[in-house]
Design a binder for this molecule. Structure first.
Ligand code: GCU
Length: 435
């Protein structure tokens, strides 16, 4: 038993520790990107979990053992420790064509907007697909599918594209200060999408505003599609899916819709995403094997980069700045990456044997370009099981020298962004694997 004195001391000790924790938590989220490790010589020694060794020690030596044992184990670990899961079960979808323009982009594309409702309520959770296909296409085309950051109207000036009514991130440079999309920002992200080149090369593009599916702020999972799964989950389960799981779920629902669309070949859809949405495309490829190809542009921490390298963004920083992206269990690995039972070479391997493209940018050190390459390299053995051709060297290629086999990688000059250069490489990769 503690005497009064000891108890007081214990409480004040605990209080002090709590304050320290709070200060640490607050200050961590305020640390600027400059204050993290960018020095290769300071990357701590780390050991990656073995990709081809099952939990019971069985070595994976066949496609069958991979498919029936190791792959499900890895998927479960990512569900339990990283992204979390959403309740399974089919949600009935309803769709409505919002618009159809046969001669968009100066006659080059058929452009449609399709609203997908996730419930019987027209005002309930829903998302708008913006779909481009080559004008005059006579058969279903392969396509790229990916979320955009600020709304479908950001792809083009055309005022006929619906201005999203969903919550958007404030952006002073676009005059957005009340989380509402503005007409003035139309076409603001056009440079990230290369739509004329995509349709010109015979592909479709399906894009969706990610905030339709789950607005990107921590609201205790009340909004977006989380509402569909019941608000009564309190306290939230430690393995309940966060926003990245919700976004991945939305892409799968979009693919459901495309399965009955006559213009797009749903068996040849590449899931694409940049940054947080690149983390999402990797998780989508892992959870939904219908996607034929996976592209992660500068996806960084929690995406393609190896978390155990502690280079650039860290697990602790990402969970502090974006507490809603991952599941609660992921926080166990704050400043504790060495204990993670997985790393992101395993996330990439979940897409094997489908073609995977990982891309980095030279100035985007926050996303750890070398860690992104290494992840793809260490995912190699899973692809090799299927006879796929992967990279032999753990040294990344030179800047602006893409390498493409059954997986692909490039690091280009420039900053964190999606550029025409990136799309040129993705189109070339798709020409090889989706045609
Ligand atoms: C932040 C975050 C990254 C993320 C990026 C983005 O920089 O720390 O993890 O990839 O935002 O999505 O733009």
């Amino acid at each position: 038993m503690f005497g009064i004195d000891h108890r007081n001391r214990l409480w004040s000790g605990l209080g002090f520790a709590f304050c320290l924790l709070l200060i640490n938590f607050r200050s961590l989220s305020k640390l600027s990107a400059e204050e993290f490790n960018y020095d290769e010589s300071k990357v701590p020694p780390y050991t990656l979990p073995e990709l081809l060794k099952c939990e019971d020690g069985t070595l994976v030596d066949s496609i069958d053992v991979w498919n029936t044992k190791r792959r499900p184990e890895i998927l479960r670990m990512f569900e339990e420790h990283v992204f979390g899961t959403l309740p399974a079960g089919k949600i009935p979808l309803r769709t409505k064509i919002r618009s159809s323009v046969p001669d968009a982009l100066e006659g080059r594309a058929l452009r449609r907007e399709v609203t997908v409702y996730f419930s019987d309520d027209d005002h309930g959770p829903q998302m708008d697909l913006l779909i481009y296909t080559p004008a005059g296409a006579t058969e279903p085309v392969p396509a790229f599918m990916g979320y955009n950051f600020d709304g479908n109207h950001m792809l083009e000036k055309d005022p006929r594209i619906h201005l999203t009514e969903s919550w958007v991130l404030n952006r002073k440079e676009l005059g957005i200060e009340d989380h509402k999309a503005r007409d003035a920002s139309r076409s603001g992200s056009a440079s990230r999408w290369s739509v004329p080149e995509i349709v010109g090369r015979g592909y479709g593009l399906v894009t969706i505003y990610y905030g339709d599916v789950d607005p990107d702020f921590d609201d205790g999972f009340q909004n977006g599609i989380h509402a569909l799964f019941g608000k009564g989950d309190s306290p939230r389960a430690a393995n309940a899916g966060g926003s990245i799981s919700a976004w991945a779920w939305g892409l799968s629902r979009a693919l459901d819709v495309l399965e009955s669309d006559s213009t797009i070949n749903a068996k040849k859809v590449a899931v694409f995403g940049h940054s947080r949405l690149g983390k999402t495309s990797l998780w989508t490829g892992a959870t939904d094997q219908r996607f034929a190809m996976v592209i992660a542009n500068e996806s960084g921490c929690g995406g393609a980069a190896l978390d155990k390298r502690i280079f650039g963004e860290t697990v602790s920083r990402i969970n502090t700045a974006f507490p809603h992206w991952f599941c609660i269990n992921h926080r166990k690995y704050n400043n504790n990456e060495a204990e993670m039972p997985v790393d992101n070479h395993m996330l990439i391997a979940l897409s094997a044997p489908r073609p995977v493209y990982v891309a980095s940018a030279e100035e985007d050190r926050w996303a750890d370009p070398y860690g992104e390459y290494l992840s793809l390299y260490h995912a190699g053995p899973a692809f090799r099981l299927f006879g796929r051709q992967v990279f032999e060297s753990d040294q990344m290629p030179a800047v602006n020298s893409p390498v493409q086999a059954d997986v692909a990688y490039h690091i280009r000059t420039g900053a964190h962004d999606v550029t025409e250069y990136d799309w040129e490489q993705y189109l070339k990769f798709a020409d090889t694997h989706l045609r």
